[in-house]
Ligand binder design. Structure first.
Ligand code: FAD
Ligand code: NAP
Length: 339
């Protein structure tokens, strides 16, 4: 296989950053991937994997080899009365996969409706929303080692899943390409409805997983900007997790802070609220700004480039640190030529 030379990535990332990729491969099957990895052109070069480009920011042209995961396929590998194991290829569109599961009455990922991106990226940051994380339903995944070309099965426990994190975002970053994911889904109706106003939005006795999916879609559409209209990459920052001790000090000074206990001696704060309290909500400068309804989302309002967006995000981080003495980490992945 030969790379496609010099393409604009504007339509391949939800921030609409107009950078070029010098060498791109559109990987449509597992066989394609093995061919790409063993080709003379690719060996010894650095590789960047792209799914739907909804969780990253390009700050310059991509001079490394770019592999766009476009392999498709959904297969039931095993089922019994209560459970079904479904294997989906990395290049499947996540929300189309959720819809397929809901149509077949396979429950477990309906709360993760309308999250952009691909199936293959879902374990990378352990996507989560409305009280569910994808780690709750991942049985195992298959990934290819970029250096050796060998395929490896990672069982759930080996993925080191944590809040918006996994081994693929940390120790094994840029070392493996996920080619498919097997989900353990339920044929029984076990719903997760405790998050926020989800139950109220459903407003029905005995809701189905379809009802949950539709309610999540309605809530999301009412407050989150559609990247097709307002380019963004969802939450730019992760919610910070701090110690109980730090929280006790903070809450004396800022009693309005919302908080959620996570495990022993740890408290999760809402980064969006911290950013809002620093006065950034709705603020715009140099074509970039903070969304007016959700302060965690940075929007590319007017063709800002990646560096401008990054600088703006650093200003927010600095401001939050100065006011609350809390560091908010980026959730999105930044790609620059020197990365
Ligand atoms: P990309 O952005 O293409 O890639 C993300 C990272 O994963 C990159 O480092 C990339 O190299 C790596 N990667 C991608 N595919 C593979 C693969 N096959 N193998 C190995 N590495 C790979 N996220 C949530 O968790 N919850 C939400 O509710 C949520 N809502 C969002 C709403 C909006 C409007 C937007 C724009 C984003 C939202 N996100 C959310 C973030 C994003 O959609 C998810 O992180 C999604 O899983 C990213 O998928 P992608 O295919 O676009 O990944
Ligand atoms: P929200 O409901 O306004 O809540 C604000 C924050 O408070 C969220 O970040 C959430 O943390 C936390 N929270 C609220 N209720 C909670 C509860 N019962 N238990 C634990 N934590 C709670 O948030 P939103 O912006 O509308 O987003 C709704 C959901 O979609 C959230 O789960 C959010 O993570 C997800 N989302 C993610 C992205 C992304 O790019 N990562 C983008 C849009 C939406 P959590 O984030 O930990 O859930």
């Amino acid at each position: 296989m030969k790379p496609v030379q010099k393409i604009s990535l504007k339509e391949y990332n939800t921030f609409n950053i107009d950078v070029n990729a010098l060498y791109s491969f559109f990987c449509k099957s597992e066989k394609d991937l093995f061919e790409i990895l063993k080709s003379d052109f690719v060996r010894e070069k650095k590789i960047i994997i792209l799914g739907g480009g909804s969780n990253l920011l390009f700050t310059g042209d991509v001079e490394d080899v770019l592999i766009l995961m476009r392999n498709k396929g959904i297969e039931i590998v095993e089922k019994d009365k209560e459970t079904v194991f479904v294997k989906a290829s990395a290049g499947e569109i996540w929300d189309e996969f959720v819809d397929w599961c809901v149509n077949n009455s396979y429950g477990g990922i309906e709360n993760l409706s309308l999250i952009p991106g691909t199936v293959g990226a879902s374990p990378v940051q352990n996507i989560g929303a409305y009280g569910v994380e994808v780690k709750d339903v991942i049985e195992e995944l298959e990934a290819v080692n970029i250096k050796t070309g060998e395929k490896k099965v990672f069982k759930n426990i080996e993925c080191n899943f944590a809040y918006r994190s996994s081994i693929f975002k940390n120790e094994l970053k840029k070392q493996y390409i996920i080619i498919n994911v097997t989900f353990k889904l339920s044929k029984l109706s076990k719903l997760t409805l405790a998050y926020g106003n989800l139950q109220n939005e459903i407003n029905k006795n005995n809701p189905s997983i379809r009802d949950v999916r539709e309610a999540v879609i309605r809530i999301r559409e009412s407050k989150l900007p559609n990247p097709k209209l307002l380019p963004n990459a969802g939450s730019f920052f992760k919610n910070p997790i701090i110690s109980n001790q730090q929280f006790e000090t903070l809450i004396q000074k800022f009693p309005e802070l919302v908080s959620f206990p996570v495990g022993e001696n740890k408290i999760k704060l809402a980064a969006g609220q911290l950013i809002d309290l620093c006065g950034f909500k709705g603020q715009k400068e140099k074509g970039v700004g903070v969304h007016e309804k959700q302060a965690l989302v940075i929007v590319n309002y007017d063709n800002a480039d990646g560096k401008t967006i990054l600088k703006f995000s650093e200003k927010i981080q600095q401001s939050v640190f100065e006011k609350f003495n809390v560091k908010i980490e980026r959730e999105i992945n930044v790609y620059s030529a020197e990365f």
